[in-house]
Design a binder for this molecule. Structure first.
Ligand SMILES: Cc1cc2nc3c(=O)[nH]c(=O)nc-3n(C[C@H](O)[C@H](O)[C@H](O)COP(=O)(O)OP(=O)(O)OC[C@H]3O[C@@H](n4cnc5c(N)ncnc54)[C@H](O)[C@@H]3O)c2cc1C
Length: 398
């Protein structure tokens, strides 16, 4: 008998989950997306997928590697399908702990068959980006093999592959209710009708906090502001621009311009300038940035890359990263039978989407639980009461 799997959310996580679930012949897959595919956080992403940066801890090296090889495999099969730009990555280390992290990343990349090096020679670093201020820099990691992707393009590619294998992809379809009987999910009611389902996967990114309330759960997921500025350097930079990472900010090429953002691991969930619980439907596609983030970035550039301040701002926008307190996703079963989480990917959803999709698909279709899912269950947040209390406070503030 086939298993009916509904996936709420057509961002990169939902599309990846649909891609992998649809590989099981006994799966009937439906994706419900209230807008268009990849139009949420996914559309606002930098989609950097570096082998040597500090975005994902080394504990999750296999997640990083699987994601990178999965996307570059799709790109090799069908050029342009993931929007891969192989710019390479330069990771600058201004202090010892960070240097240790980058050194280990370089080793992991090399051990996996990629080219990566660590340079202490400042002249070598300046060959990549001549305008960096080298004062206080210990060294930099360099990997020429990686770069960034186009997260919306990946989403569409994965959704198309799922559709070709029989999945139903319903855009402009909002899930209004998740129906239950006792403590188990029975289906969803949407703006395009009612669906009976065995499993409902919640892949609604920053909406997940609100989606989960439809089954009476309060997820410990906060929003951190990802404020992006697209800089148009005066007279162009005159050199190829790699992904550039510092511990507190990062940048990458955006056609002839530079995309720059505060690093997500520097966000503080208890700082109301960084984080809160907000309505993602109220986010405009562009604009809406706060002076705080621009001031932060100009301060960093003044110290580390003053030449980049000789730019105009070509565009700017805000995205919400969905962050659990440990900045790691929440995956798998919940107290509501059949309501399964693929949520809280925060600032790493592009890197994590292939592993999340693959492992959730296997779990949903066979009952097997991967080490990654066992490491990141909903149940690790014993203090869900505290999450509830905070949510109540947020409601009172409105
Ligand atoms: C500025 C910025 C830079 C980033 N840079 C990187 C990076 O360099 N590398 C990296 O790995 N990650 C990065 N990320 C993080 C990454 O983009 C996200 O983790 C990822 O896109 C989240 O995908 P998602 O599918 O979980 O969520 P989303 O893309 O937000 O998708 C959720 C979808 O659910 C839909 N939805 C919500 N409620 C309903 C409902 N009731 N019914 C139907 N549909 C619904 C929404 O319309 C939306 O399309 C960045 C994020 C931002 C904002």
């Amino acid at each position: 008998m086939s298993k009916k799997v509904g996936i709420i959310g057509g961002g990169i996580i939902g599309a990846s989950t649909a891609y992998f679930v649809s590989q099981y012949p006994d799966a009937e897959v439906v994706v419900f997306e209230k807008n268009t595919l990849g139009s949420g956080t996914t559309a606002k992403s930098a989609a950097t997928h570096c082998l040597i940066d500090d975005s994902v801890a080394h504990e999750f090296w296999s997640v990083r590697l699987f994601g990178f090889e999965f996307y570059t495999g799709l790109e090799a099969e069908n050029p342009g399908s993931t929007g891969f730009e192989k710019t390479g990555t330069l990771v600058v280390a201004p202090y010892r702990d960070f240097e240790m992290y980058v050194l280990q990343a370089v080793d992991l990349a090399v051990a996996s068959g990629y080219h990566a090096e660590y340079w202490r020679d400042h002249d070598r670093i300046l060959e990549v980006i001549p305008d960096l201020n080298m004062e206080g820099v210990l060294g930099a990691g360099w990997c020429p093999d990686d770069g960034f992707f186009d997260a919306t393009m990946i989403t569409n590619t994965l959704a198309k592959a799922a559709r070709d294998r029989g999945a139903k992809i319903m855009i402009n379809t909002e899930v209004e209710e998740i129906t239950t009987s006792g403590d188990a999910v029975t289906g969803v009611s949407t703006t395009n009708g009612q669906f009976d389902l065995d499993v409902v996967v919640d892949a609604t990114g920053p909406w997940a906090r609100f989606t989960a309330r439809k089954v009476g759960l309060e997820l410990p997921i906060w929003h951190t502001k990802a404020e992006v500025f697209i800089l148009a350097p005066a007279a162009g930079l005159g050199y190829p621009f790699p992904v550039l990472k510092y511990p507190r900010w990062y940048a990458r090429k955006d056609k002839d311009n530079v995309f720059i953002c505060k690093a997500h691991m520097t966000m503080d969930l208890s700082d109301s300038e960084h984080a809160g619980v907000w309505d993602p439907d109220e986010l405009p596609m562009t604009g809406g940035t706060d002076p705080y983030f621009w001031e932060f970035l100009t301060g960093e550039l003044m110290k580390e890359y003053p030449r980049l301040l000789e730019s105009s701002i070509a565009n700017e926008w805000v995205g919400f990263r969905a962050e659990p307190p440990d900045f790691l996703p929440i995956l798998g079963e919940t107290p509501v039978k059949g309501y399964v989480l693929a949520a809280g990917a925060g600032g790493n959803g592009v890197i994590e989407a292939p592993t999340i999709g693959r492992d959730l698909a296997k779990h949903v279709m066979t009952g097997e639980t991967s080490w990654y899912m066992e490491r990141l269950p909903y149940s690790r947040f014993a203090d869900v009461e505290e999450a509830k209390r905070q949510s109540q406070a947020e409601k009172l503030q409105r």
